[in-house]
Write a protein that binds this ligand. Structure first.
Ligand SMILES: Cc1ncc(COP(=O)(O)O)c(C=O)c1O
Length: 362
């Protein structure tokens, strides 16, 4: 089955084979080595040239675990977080913060609408109690790239901490973590990195991590200070998904061998083939090209064709597409183009799509 949903993705045979390592105990030196390799490779891939300024913290869990750990660990006593949101995943961060009554009103925009930079500056002036500003890098809701660099600059000028959810971005979309002085960036293994679900991580600015160690602990499992303390000693506070970590290391090797920039180009090429052919078939993209990501496209459903029909026919042909969310659930469909895919996979999908459409239009 070819997965065109935004993760989990098809992995290479090499990554799949890496699951089949000897059984090890996570309190032994073999695991320490594995953990240390993963941490180093993450920094090599995502903060090249500035690896000394950052640390990578690995957790067992899905991307949401990394996002929640980063957010909840980022606030000293008496400070609050402000979420800039224009999609489902931004709203999710807002819910996390509200659950702890640590929020201020969100800076909320419609899906696919870029946040207003002046409004962010103003809101930070009005809310001196805000210590952390959180935003999604690639909003998977529509495949929208947020102006992360510009916002990072404002947040840094105002001496606040910028926390970025790049769960669906890292490995597929450019993000200058070091250059833009991002403090915390959450990611996961099972999307553009092409690993398996179960391993997630937060890349944290080292100087800031020292402060985090003194902040209140708001979760037992999802607390970055505990992980950092243990990981610096080569261990981990809880039982990790050991086999998934082996595959994660292999996926990182694969990413570094391909080259992070080359991976962007590969994904961009797939996205471009999909968009061009869809347009020829009369299928309209939801977002204008300038804000579309490299990795996912949201399309309006063809007239008279339900998502369920489209999905089931394509699944029958060997391809998984993805539904819209919230108010667009019955109006759009999404096609991601991440994972160990080939050009032939994309061409095969487009042929299957064309034939499904022709049958439905008859
Ligand atoms: C931007 C973004 N953040 C967070 C998540 C949550 O990740 P997970 O489902 O791995 O918890 C996703 C998942 O699609 C996502 O796209």
């Amino acid at each position: 089955m070819i997965l065109l949903n935004p993760g989990p993705v098809n992995v290479s045979d090499r990554v799949r084979q890496a699951l089949l390592q000897p059984d090890i105990c996570h309190r032994e030196s073999e695991f320490s080595e594995l953990l240390s390799d993963i941490r180093k490779k993450l920094l090599q891939a995502f903060v090249p040239g500035e690896a000394d300024e950052y640390t990578a913290i690995i957790l067992t869990g899905s991307g949401t675990a990394a996002v929640e750990a980063a957010l909840l660990s980022s606030m000293p006593l008496g400070k609050r977080a402000m979420v800039i949101t224009n999609g489902v995943y931004g709203d999710r961060m807002s819910s996390m913060i509200k659950m702890h009554r640590l929020g201020v009103p969100d800076l909320k925009y419609d899906w696919g609408v870029a946040p207003d930079l002046d409004m962010i500056e103003l809101a930070l002036k009005q809310h001196p109690e805000v210590g952390t500003v959180a935003m999604v890098h690639h909003e998977t809701t529509l495949g929208f790239i947020n102006p992360t660099k510009e916002i990072a600059e404002i947040v840094d000028q105002k001496n606040r901490v910028f926390m970025v959810d790049s769960v669906s971005g890292l490995g597929g979309e450019a993000l200058d973590i070091g250059g833009s002085k991002m403090y915390l960036v959450a990611g996961a293994a099972q999307k553009c990195i092409q690993g398996f679900p179960g391993a997630a991580f937060v890349i944290v600015r080292k100087g800031f991590m020292e402060s985090v160690m003194k902040y209140p602990k708001r979760s037992w499992y999802l607390n970055l200070a505990n992980y950092y303390e243990d990981q610096e000693r080569g261990t981990i506070p809880f039982t990790p998904a050991v086999q998934v970590y082996y595959a994660f290391r292999e996926a990182l090797d694969e990413l570094l061998e391909e080259g992070v920039a080359n991976r962007f180009t590969r994904f961009q090429g797939y996205a471009s083939s999909i968009r061009t052919r869809m347009q020829e078939l009369g299928i309209q993209a939801v977002l204008p090209p300038e804000v579309q990501s490299n990795t996912l496209t949201a399309f309006h459903l063809p007239e008279g064709v339900s998502y369920e029909h489209l999905h089931d026919e394509l699944k029958h042909a060997g391809f998984i597409i993805y539904a819209g969310q919230g108010q667009l659930e019955h109006k759009i469909f999404r096609v991601a183009n991440i994972g160990a895919l080939t050009k032939e996979n994309i061409d095969g999908f487009l042929l299957a799509f064309q034939s499904t459409l022709e049958k439905a239009r008859k």
